[in-house]
Design a protein around this ligand. Structure first.
Ligand SMILES: CC(C)(COP(=O)(O)OP(=O)(O)OC[C@H]1O[C@@H](n2cnc3c(N)ncnc32)[C@H](O)[C@@H]1OP(=O)(O)O)[C@@H](O)C(=O)NCCC(=O)NCCS
Length: 173
């Protein structure tokens, strides 16, 4: 059974040891990098949640979730200034920053189940109210794209994307 547990001293090494396949390395940062990013976020006094994904007793993946109301650090000038963005500008949102299932545990349904659990967690609004949930992925990451779309995430700002940009997708609360 899939469940999420906060990263703590007892499980962080298992999370650190997980990796994706060589071909997937451009889709997600290493878990060590993600944990360093989480640390810096906390040092900036911003909220961040880091979860180990368990199948029963085994750590099989990692997911990291934040909360913000400001996209401006993301170097996406074109669409931040677009009419489409006005609807979201200044509104609070949760974001799935990192998500991975270890290579040897993929294609067993764990990713879908873990993502469902992560959305259930977000829907408890652990940091307070929000209007939407967002995430992004590489355009060629068709597995992630389909998975997120099946939960209702809609791709946004596509016409403003530059080469090398990730696609952003949004789910309203
Ligand atoms: C995306 C990811 C988390 C999915 O995890 P997973 O445990 O393999 O996913 P599941 O087994 O629950 O499968 C989810 C769906 O994707 C499909 N799928 C999974 N891997 C697939 C593959 N390599 N090729 C084709 N379809 C695949 C499954 O068939 C399933 O489809 P369905 O639910 O519509 O029947 C995992 O592939 C991963 O860690 N990828 C690398 C990191 C990454 O891309 N993270 C997301 C960054 S935005």
């Amino acid at each position: 059974m899939i469940h999420l547990e906060k990263i703590k001293y007892e499980n962080y090494e298992d999370v650190r040891n997980l990796h994706v396949s060589k071909e997937q390395e451009t889709f997600v940062a290493s878990n060590m990098t993600s944990l360093a990013d989480a640390y810096i976020t906390l040092m900036d006094e911003e909220p961040i949640f880091t979860f180990a994904i368990y199948n029963d007793e085994t750590v099989v993946g990692f997911i990291m979730i934040g909360y913000d109301d400001d996209w401006s650090g993301e170097e996406r000038e074109d669409w931040l200034n677009s009419p489409e963005f006005k609807e979201y500008n200044g509104k609070k949102y949760y974001y799935i920053w990192r998500f991975m299932i270890g290579e040897e545990y993929q294609k067993k349904g764990y990713g879908r189940e873990a993502f469902k659990k992560a959305l259930e967690f977000v829907r408890t609004k652990p940091c307070g109210d929000a209007q939407y949930i967002t995430l992004s992925y590489e355009p060629e990451n068709v597995v992630a794209k389909k998975l997120y779309a099946s939960f209702g995430f809609e791709e946004k700002f596509i016409k403003y994307l530059h080469e090398g940009d990730e696609v952003s997708a949004i789910l309203k609360f």
